[in-house]
Design a protein around this ligand. Structure first.
Ligand code: GCB
Length: 679
């Protein structure tokens, strides 16, 4: 890609989207419409962890063949939630292997009788390897449907299946997957009930993403026979289970399978390029209408692809960058098709934000204007629910982000729930969308199987998040061992693949390597750097930060001539610990460390440093270790989302930067009613 002048990826988008994904089908967010119904399966599921020595009892005894309670005791498990922190059983908190979830659903009669209806089972995420078995029961009794014979090991690869038509397997957490189960619920004597059994294995191996290793400890003087531990190479707790919603939804049998939108701007007009894929029939008609926020039709078109022109466009702007940020249009797609069973229609509405993204050698541009990322790194993490999706938590976090004056975050270190991405679109919070490529720390992790899987994961991430205007950059990894030759090739391939999937956005990975040794940096569009001066080394020596930071920036910029984001920096702080003059772990130390970083950042901010993301938004859970006190405490908020002193410092800084960099130049106003600091 040419560098030096601004490269508007958006303009290339429509030409290159033809580099189709290797994946089968789209992954549109399920929504209700005149042609679609949804049935959420959130709530209590039956649950059992397979504590057997080889963790295979569930498959050996075929627990999926009958209701789970018939094969042994079950407990209630809320969905969505991680299973780890729910019970009082310490074995479950640290469990590694297969767990079993089960739920019965009564199906609306139309879903089982109307053969023009397609019934889909969708799992928002299952960490990390999942096998789903569905069985339908007729009114007369007896379960029919499918069965699986699987031989679980502490690795997580199934060997073979019987009657696998209505079953589904998925590798990798944090991303949705689904199966058309119409054949199961619409054949034979009319079924009215569906039993869904989901077996999930949280084992991380050298070829999963994130990778991990299983270590058998064989010294019998210290460990019982067969004793093993899961080693991970990242700094967050490996929460697992059905952590996002599970639902059933319908479409007609001929349906809108996928929509891809890219946008660009020509003088005062917005251009919306759309591409629609339809499945189920070749005899169909597509009509599209673009509506503004007041529901006025501003453009329309027909066919599977085209360009809509919006004169006097209202652009999608990030929060605090414009008077009216996050402007969204709606793309209404209507499909009418002829099928052997008669005419069918399908409707889907996609929110669309019109904006451009470009990178020069020293700037990150949104809508042609320099954008400075002043934001946070997050985790999906909270008390009790672990990584389970939770609306109150989500809304609280967005209120805190806006209070803080943050305009961006990175989905460190895996894709967040789709509802999070939707909020970002609606609130104008810019996202660096990171895949679960974290913990790539050992040379053996850079193998061909992992590379193939990593590319597949990027396909799934791009397929899911490609239409979010808030997503301005993909991150393919966090702190891989990028000094290794093998990592250089690996990163080159993953980045090239991601660019072929989506030429409309820049691609990066986050590095903590030495600038001279990093083998992946030549392939990224923006350099993202993590550094912990006066924390992991030279601890206590806050006076060194400015010098070390300046050296870091100058070295990297001189070598690569690319814009730089300080993608992590921070200090561990136990809320309520105070010491002045500052000592490590106190609120004063965190504040002082941040202040020193800010002085260093301000030296380069108007040159080529285009962003700063604090590590971390909130305290979060990690594995136990002598260096972690009930988790990682680098949050500026506690895990319960209460501010430490650093939150106020950061708030002052972010609002100040926002007021300096806003377009058109006027005083920024928080969208939070309670904000009063600078408004
Ligand atoms: C990092 C990692 C992040 C850790 C953080 C820390 O560089 O990217 O996952 O949590 O440092 O606090 O050590």
């Amino acid at each position: 890609m040419a560098r030096g002048s601004a490269v508007a990826w958006a303009a290339l988008g429509p030409l290159l989207w033809g580099c189709a994904l290797g994946l089968q089908g789209g992954m549109l967010y399920p929504q209700e419409s005149p042609s679609r119904e949804c049935k959420e399966l959130d709530g209590l599921w039956s649950f059992r962890a397979d504590f057997s020595d080889n963790r295979r009892r569930g498959f050996e005894e075929q627990w999926y063949r009958r209701p789970l309670w018939e094969s042994g005791p079950t407990v209630d498990m809320p969905v969505p939630s991680s299973f780890n922190d729910i019970s009082q059983d310490w074995r479950l908190r640290h469990f590694v292997g297969w767990v079993w979830y089960e739920r019965e659903v009564i199906l609306p009669e139309r879903w089982t009788q109307d053969l023009r209806t397609r019934v889909v089972l969708r799992i928002g995420s299952a960490h990390s390897y999942a096998i789903v078995v569905s069985a339908a029961r007729s009114r007369q009794g007896g379960w029919g449907g499918t069965a699986a014979e699987q031989h679980g090991t502490s690795s997580c690869h199934p060997r073979h299946w019987v009657n696998g038509v209505d079953t589904l397997e998925h590798e990798g957490g944090y991303l949705p997957f689904e199966a058309d189960i119409s054949n199961l619920v619409q054949v034979g004597p009319l079924p009215s009930r569906l039993r869904i059994t989901i077996a999930i294995n949280n084992t991380l191996t050298p070829t999963t993403l994130p990778p991990g290793t299983i270590q058998y400890l064989t010294d019998t003087s210290k460990y019982p026979k067969g004793y093993f531990v899961q080693n991970t190479y990242f700094d967050f707790f490996n929460y697992a289970g059905l952590q996002r919603s599970v639902l059933l939804y319908t479409t007609p049998t001929t349906y809108i399978d996928d929509i891809t939108v890219t946008t660009s701007v020509e003088q005062d007009s917005g251009l919306v390029n759309y591409q629609i894929s339809v499945k189920g029939s070749n005899l169909f008609k597509l009509e599209v209408r673009l509506l503004d926020a007041e529901n006025k039709v501003v453009a329309n078109g027909t066919g599977t692809q085209g360009q809509l022109k919006v004169p006097g466009v209202s652009l999608w702007w990030p929060y605090l960058m414009h008077e009216r940020p996050a402007y969204l249009y709606s793309l209404e797609v209507q499909l009418t098709a002829q099928t052997s069973l008669g005419p069918v229609s399908d409707f889907y509405t996609l929110p669309v934000g019109i904006r451009t993204v470009a990178v020069t050698k020293s700037q990150f541009l949104i809508n042609g204007k320099p954008f400075y990322f002043h934001g946070v790194n997050k985790h999906e993490d909270a008390d009790i629910r672990g990584k389970g999706f939770d609306w109150p938590l989500l809304v609280k976090d967005f209120n805190l982000l806006r209070w803080l004056g943050a305009n961006a975050f990175r989905t460190s270190h895996y894709p967040y729930a789709e509802e999070v991405m939707q909020m970002c679109d609606r609130y104008g919070i810019v996202v660096i969308d990171e895949c679960p490529g974290v913990g790539l720390a050992l040379p053996q992790f850079f193998n061909n199987v992992s590379l193939h899987h990593h590319m597949q994961v990027m396909e799934e991430v791009v397929r899911r998040d490609k239409n979010h205007p808030a997503v301005v950059m993909w991150s393919v990894a966090n702190e891989p061992a990028s000094h290794l030759e093998s990592a250089g090739y690996y990163l080159k391939m993953v980045i090239a693949h991601t660019k072929s999937l989506d030429p409309s956005r820049p691609v990066t990975f986050v590095s903590n390597s030495n600038y001279a040794a990093d083998k992946g940096a030549p392939y990224v569009d923006v350099i993202c750097l993590n550094s912990y001066y006066s924390w992991y080394h030279d601890y206590g020596h806050l006076e060194l930060i400015q010098l070390q930071l300046a050296t870091q920036f100058e070295n990297w910029y001189k070598k690569y001539q690319k814009p730089i984001i300080q993608s992590e920096y921070g200090a561990e702080t136990i809320a309520g610990f105070h010491q002045d003059p500052p000592l490590m772990f106190t609120e004063e130390y965190q504040k002082s460390l941040l202040e020193q970083y800010h002085l260093g950042l301000d030296q380069k901010r108007r040159k080529y440093v285009v962003g700063e993301l604090i590590w971390n938004f909130a305290d979060f859970m990690t594995e136990q270790s002598p260096t972690r006190v009930l988790g990682n405490k680098k949050g500026i908020f506690t895990r319960q989302r209460q501010p430490k002193s650093a939150a106020f410092l950061l708030r002052e800084r972010y609002w100040k930067i926002a007021n300096e960099t806003r377009y058109p130049h006027s005083v920024a106003k928080s969208q939070c009613l309670e904000n009063s600091l600078f408004t």
